[in-house]
Ligand binder design. Structure first.
Ligand code: SF4
Length: 674
């Protein structure tokens, strides 16, 4: 048996694992003891991450749909078929009738080449990733205020944080290894503050649990800033040396009021004050928030960054902001430019100098106008405005984010899907290109702490599937452009020229250690443990004033707030989960008790309404009704009804097919009667 170091490709933590092989099979995955992020620990998903490669229903041949039925095709036949259709669409409707979407699980190499194919070969900026609509706010705010759209700190440095704020992210379910690091830091003496509407597992261990009403986070952050300002706890030397626009921020903070925020958020004023004082007085404080499926408003993220700047919690070990990425390469696909408004390295598509630099590198003229995001692309498909859609490992039909994707795909002349399996989306494709699996190819992923890591090839793929990066390279050839890459390492060499902060991240360099955290440059090839460790920029950070929002009023006839969010059981849609018997069992466990889905309702609310656990209920909102089942739990805050994202029917029935549950919806709950 052989063991080779690799990277768990399930979530954004990017734990180091050893893959065990026997012959040409991966037989196990084991945690790396020395990996700086997970230090010998992995979660249940990591133990089974390799099983996908041996699934019996892998796609092994390209498929072309003819007269409604898929037929096997050779690679040249499939690529020529696609090339012909792409040329036709571009000729008849222009390049912006095409769009290219990827999964946040795509490797750096394939995301880079997908956006290069779109921009340099076909001439459109219609590129995005599946969770683009959620990460957009975080990318824009961090880039605007700090200059860098990423986590500033490292998971290992949580051990040096005196205060840790876990803000609207269920770490135990979403990013378990980070959840463990937070709890160990607390056991070692750190103060743990949790801000959330749900009482999740990490909240149970918090020193301060601010269980606020949904949609009131901006008021809470503003009140914390007011406390810090009123008590004179601002880090004035840091602000003076490194920040600008402090005065307008200070003026906006005066609008906030602790007692008013307490009433609005439903959190005792003493708790808000205690959280503010602990955060401001800490030697080093870390703030963790999710950029994932639980979308954050731009105002909320601005206030979080304002608080970090106000207290100087940036650019010090153990201090910082964690913009947590839930999918394994969400950070990487954004770094690679799979965004409609940013080129690789977050340079705007409207930046003439940035375009000129890439035009030199790629030998092609680039489009100047920002493209359409994933949600707009699917809306354009539904409206018949988009004629060709390329989906790299992305399965919008099966994920909860786009309720109307299946209907939208049926309006498109050409749908190309790259995937391992015949997914819900692939069924609507005109061409399906089978991909190699984890362990069958060498590619890189970038974790939530900016760690660029190799996922190594440890076995040979079965005959038939190609790595997605190779498919894209051959696609460019079929369209008459020779990119000339003979390995994924060569693609990474070019990424180093296109993305300045990856310039030192060759496969060879990444192979020497447990990856490298960017910026990883030719001048600093060992990477960067925390951002600004070599010096803080002179007045390089920016405060942004956030006006106090008007308090929301709850309509008397809809007294509860419906909120949509993450659940452990969300993952049962995932391809990996569906191809591992162990994970299927683990992640469907609640569905065994609630086979028709459920929404969560607080135990006291349920008692008041006379609703029993498991009982059928009716949710009524101004926009629609839904019938579902109640799961009575103390995790839900009083006054809220929590809908796990995978229960798509409730979201669709309440919000309509195109709605998305990013804001609380006033509802009433009734016992179901026929
Ligand atoms: S925490 Fe994430 S990266 Fe680590 S083993 Fe679990 S799924 Fe894999």
């Amino acid at each position: 048996m052989a063991h080779r170091l690799s990277t768990c490709t399930f979530c954004g933590v990017g734990c180091g694992i050893y893959l065990e092989t026997a012959g040409n099979r991966i037989t196990g995955a084991y945690p790396s003891m020395s990996h700086p992020t997970n230090a010998g620990r992995i979660c249940v998903r990591g133990w089974h991450v390799h099983e996908v490669a041996s699934a019996p229903d892998r796609l092994l041949q390209p498929l072309i749909k003819r007269q409604g039925r898929f037929e096997q095709a050779s690679w040249p036949e499939a690529l020529d078929f696609i090339a012909e259709k792409l040329r036709q669409i571009r000729h008849q409707h222009g390049p912006d009738a095409l769009a290219f979407l990827c999964s946040p699980r795509c490797s750096n190499e394939e995301s880079y080449l997908l956006q290069k194919l779109a921009r340099a070969v076909l001439g459109t900026n219609n590129v995005d990733h599946g969770t683009g609509v959620y990460t957009h706010n975080s990318i824009h705010v961090l880039r605007d205020m700090l200059g860098v759209p990423a986590t500033t700190s490292s998971v290992a440095d949580l051990a040096r944080s005196q205060v840790i704020v876990v803000d609207h992210v269920d770490l135990a379910r979403q990013l378990p290894t980070i959840g463990g690091a937070v709890l160990r830091a607390k056991l070692a003496g750190a103060t743990l503050i949790v801000i959330d509407t749900r009482r999740h597992r990490v909240a149970e261990s918090a020193d301060l649990f601010l269980q606020l009403k949904p949609g009131t986070d901006v008021a809470l952050y503003g009140a914390m800033a007011k406390v810090i300002v009123d008590r004179g706890l601002m880090n004035l030397p840091f602000i003076k040396a490194h920040c600008r626009d402090f005065e307008p921020f200070l003026a906006a903070v005066q609008e906030y009021d602790l007692m008013a925020a307490a009433a609005e958020c439903g959190v005792p004023a003493e708790q808000i004050e205690a959280a503010a004082l602990a955060y401001a007085r800490a030697r080093a404080a870390a703030w963790l928030y999710s950029t994932g499926i639980e979308s954050r408003s731009a105002e909320g993220i601005r206030q979080i960054v304002n608080l970090a700047l106000l207290t100087g919690n940036v650019g010090r070990q153990g201090a910082g902001l964690f913009a947590l990425t839930e999918h394994n390469n969400l950070q990487g696909v954004c770094d690679m430019g799979m965004l409609p408004d940013f080129l690789p390295g977050y340079r705007p598509v409207t930046d003439r100098a940035a375009r000129a630099q890439l035009e030199m590198l790629w030998g092609a003229r680039l489009p100047e106008q920002p493209g359409r995001n994933a949600r707009a692309v699917l809306a354009d498909c539904a409206a018949g405005r988009l004629r060709g859609l390329w989906l790299c490992r992305y399965d919008p039909v099966s994920t909860a984010v786009f309720a109307d994707a299946a209907q939208a795909l049926q309006q498109v002349d050409l749908v190309v899907v790259q995937h391992l399996f015949m997914t819900g989306t692939a069924r609507y494709a005109h061409v399906v290109l089978p991909c190699t699996a984890f362990g069958e190819e060498q590619v890189t992923f970038t974790s939530t702490e900016r760690r660029i890591q190799l996922a190594r090839q440890v076995i040979e793929p079965p005959p038939g599937p190609w790595p997605a990066w190779l498919q894209l390279t051959r696609m460019a050839s079929a369209l008459g452009v020779d990119w000339g890459y003979s390995s994924s390492a060569e693609v990474m060499e070019e990424i180093g020229r296109a993305v300045p902060f990856y310039s030192g991240a060759s496969h060879e360099n990444l192979d020497r250690d447990y990856g490298r955290q960017w910026p990883c440059t030719t001048d600093k090839p060992l990477g960067t443990r925390y951002l600004f460790e070599d010096g803080l920029p002179e007045r390089g950070f920016k405060f942004v004033p956030v006006a106090r929002p008007a308090p929301a009023s709850q309509p008397a006839d809809y007294p509860l707030s419906l909120i949509f969010g993450h659940s452990l059981y969300y993952w049962h849609h995932n391809v990996l989960i569906q191809h591992s018997e162990t994970l299927k069992r683990e992640y469907r466990i609640l569905l065994l008790d609630y086979p028709n889905g459920f929404v969560e309702i607080n135990a006291q609310d349920a008692a008041r309404l006379g609703i029993r656990d498991g009982e059928r209920i009716r949710l009524q909102a101004a926009s629609g009704d839904a019938v579902t089942y109640a799961r009575v739990t103390p995790e839900a805050r009083m006054g809220t009804v929590f809908v796990p994202y995978f229960v798509r029917e409730v979201e669709q029935q309440i919000l309509g097919a195109t709605g998305n549950g990013t804001h609380p919806v006033p509802v009433r709950v009734l016992r179901y009667t026929t």
